[in-house]
Design a protein around this ligand. Structure first.
Ligand code: E4P
Length: 216
């Protein structure tokens, strides 16, 4: 499973990219607002830190507007992926970008039917939002399972980009189901390395090593 990092904080992306564990980046208008920075400036900087796909989201709600904005965003760097909302107009823009060979990430997906439409519109990635479904008291992970089945049934190449991930358990379940990508906030990504028994074991090893009086 590929890891994308879900943030517009360039310092976090730079730090995580140094591990070689990051395959790409996703942003959205809320993350840009949180960064307090200029959108184009931020995505330009992100693209200088990583060669992996960087999702940049349009804000127009009509297909023509999405195409205009998407083309401006695509001009920033070769690794920009145009993020489009899963609306009828978003699907129309997706088809057009797909025909032009421009990569797309169709976002705000909350049903398998929506994911099926995105795949048929030629989406490069589909972003089902797990956490926001969980917030409603439903099981967001079931959506990942359903989309995996639908895409495998018909051999769609659209990649399942599990989004709105809130915990390490979400990441593990996505990997078990076979999501192609998980986009993960930096803190959740770092938490994947943590285990209480790792900390306890290391403490014991270091204590025993100190007792040997040796050095390497
Ligand atoms: C995905 O591309 C979105 O940016 C993100 O995962 C949404 O997460 P949230 O529901 O925690 O805002």
């Amino acid at each position: 499973m590929k890891f994308f990092v879900d943030t517009a904080e360039v310092s976090d992306i730079r730090e995580l990219a140094e591990t070689g564990l990051i395959d790409g980046v996703t942003t959205n208008p809320s993350l840009i607002k949180k960064s307090g920075r200029d959108f184009i400036e931020v995505i330009t900087e992100i693209c200088s830190v990583t060669d992996g796909p960087v999702s940049a989201e349009v804000v127009a709600t009509d297909a023509e507007g999405m195409l205009d904005e998407g083309r401006k965003l695509a001009a920033v760097a070769d690794n920009i992926v145009i993020k489009l909302p899963l609306t009828w107009d978003g699907l129309k823009a997706c088809r057009k970008f797909s025909d032009e060979g421009i990569a797309t990430n169709v976002t705000l997906c909350f049903s398998a039917n929506q994911a099926l439409l995105a795949a048929k519109a030629g989406a490069t990635y589909i972003s089902p939002f797990i956490g926001r479904l969980d917030d409603l008291g439903t099981d967001g992970m079931e959506l990942i399972e359903k989309i995996r089945v639908v895409y495998d049934n018909y051999g769609f190449e659209t990649e399942i980009l599990a989004a709105s991930i809130r915990s390490a358990a979400h990441v593990e379940q996505c990997a078990l189901i076979g999501a192609d990508v998980a986009t993960v906030p930096p803190a959740v990504l770092k938490s994947l390395a943590k285990h209480m028994l790792t900390d306890k074991g290391l403490e014991a090893f270091l204590k025993d090593w100190a007792a040997t009086g040796q050095s390497i």
